[in-house]
Design a protein around this ligand. Structure first.
Ligand SMILES: *[C@@H]1O[C@H](CO)[C@@H](O)[C@H](O)[C@H]1NC(C)=O
Ligand SMILES: *[C@@H]1O[C@H](CO)[C@@H](O)[C@H](O)[C@H]1NC(C)=O
Ligand SMILES: *[C@@H]1O[C@H](CO)[C@@H](O)[C@H](O)[C@H]1NC(C)=O
Length: 365
């Protein structure tokens, strides 16, 4: 009886301590990291390729580094020693030397999904346009995939390593080379965007290398043509009925805006026509950003004869935030919208020599 009680208590404790944290791919949970030791010696190329096939990171055992690379610091290949004492550090060494090695994956929580990485489940789907792909993902409590680290990017390429797709869709919209909005509302804390521009603003991840694209890098392409895609949801989010779905930013087409037409997408720089020379007519500008983001707008220079008016919305019917006429020269003042649009009405009369305004605007969360 005592023995049985002891056994139950032990297994309970084990469960509580492990907190449902698991390692996938046959990796072992050691000190809150998932490690797999490969005892068959491999050189750097082989070891890296093996780890990458799991979406993992290569670690070379510290002792192996010390015995294998007496001249550490001279080789071309970069190794990371196992964190410990002294803590992990980057070392370089000989690329041809064959050694046992360790791959590391982030631990995750258990879930029914097959593709489980770093507390998220991933699901592969056949080709659809952007909006329909996002809808499909939301039906299973997820979103088109967002990517937040080089490790996650590598894990994703590893999912497709045995398929011959050229590209997959990922869940981002880029409005410039350094601004991406993810459909799941997560912040942009990592980018692998190699080229901005081309036929659209939707992000695609390349699964080939050619003269124009690199394996694993991201590109902007059209939003409408069908592309294979990947959905992502947090582990455990099996039933999302009743919870509001996150806002889906529409794939906004971006024609070049002019004085009165088109939309200026954040982030950007906006000045009156001919600036710093004067422009003696009326100009109206619509500023916008994606989804539920807001706009932070900053005037940096101001010299206006008739008026400049800034509205919190998409027209002169929206609340007026700021109105000015006169010449102030350098003028740094910042305003924030409550929604995802702002509207500017600017007018210099024909006789004016006042030279207009200059401003910058950003998207904030
Ligand atoms: C279990 O996981 C949750 C969520 O990740 C975390 O908040 C909690 O601290 C963990 N508990 C233990 C005992 O590790
Ligand atoms: C690494 O090992 C593989 C397989 O044994 C071999 O083909 C390759 O040439 C080696 N590379 C280096 C840099 O030694
Ligand atoms: C407008 O302001 C931006 C940011 O301060 C600056 O980079 C740009 O050169 C200015 N444009 C003109 C025409 O002065």
């Amino acid at each position: 009886m005592k023995t049985i009680f002891f056994f139950l208590l032990c297994s309970d404790l084990t469960y509580a301590a492990s907190n449902d944290t698991i390692c996938t791919g046959g990796f072992k949970l050691i000190n809150n990291k998932c490690w797999k030791l490969f005892t068959d010696p491999g050189n750097h190329t082989v070891a890296e390729r093996t780890c990458t096939s799991y979406g993992g990171t290569l670690f070379m055992a510290k002792n192996a580094i010390l015995s294998g690379f007496p001249n550490a610091g001279t080789g071309r290949c970069v190794y990371y020693s196992i964190p410990g004492s002294p803590s992990g550090q980057w070392l370089n060494g000989d690329c041809t030397r064959e050694l046992p090695y360790v791959c590391e994956l982030p631990p995750t929580q258990s879930d029914i999904c097959d593709l489980n990485f770093n507390n998220n489940c991933y699901f592969k789907f056949d080709a659809l346009p952007f909006s329909e792909a996002q809808e499909q993902c939301q039906q299973m409590c997820g979103n088109l995939v967002s990517i937040h680290s080089a490790e996650e990017n590598r894990f994703i390429t590893s999912i497709y390593s045995h398929l011959s797709y050229e590209f997959i869709r990922i869940g981002g919209l880029a409005s410039s080379s350094n601004f991406i909005v993810w459909t799941d509302g997560s912040i942009m804390d990592y980018t692998n965007l190699e080229t901005f521009g081309g036929s659209g603003n939707c992000l695609w991840l390349s699964l080939t290398t050619t003269t124009t694209v690199s394996y694993g890098a991201w590109y902007t392409r059209d939003c409408d043509s069908p592309g294979h895609f990947l959905c992502k949801r947090p582990v455990g989010a099996l039933n999302c009925r009743g919870t509001p779905s996150p806002p889906t930013p529409p794939p906004v087409p971006l024609p070049t805006p002019t004085c009165t037409t088109g939309t200026h997408m954040a982030p950007g720089v906006l000045s009156s026509p001919n600036f710093p020379s004067s422009y003696n007519k009326q100009c109206q500008y619509t500023l916008a950003t994606y989804g539920s983001n807001r706009i932070r707008f900053t005037f940096s220079y101001m010299s206006v004869y008739n008026y400049i008016k800034l509205y919190d919305g998409d027209s002169t019917d929206s609340p007026l935030i700021y109105s000015y006429s006169g010449s102030t020269g350098t003028y740094v003042h910042t305003y924030t919208s409550t929604g995802n649009t702002m509207f500017i009405d600017f007018y210099n009369s024909a006789s004016s020599t006042y030279n207009g305004f200059n401003s910058t605007f950003y998207s904030i969360f």
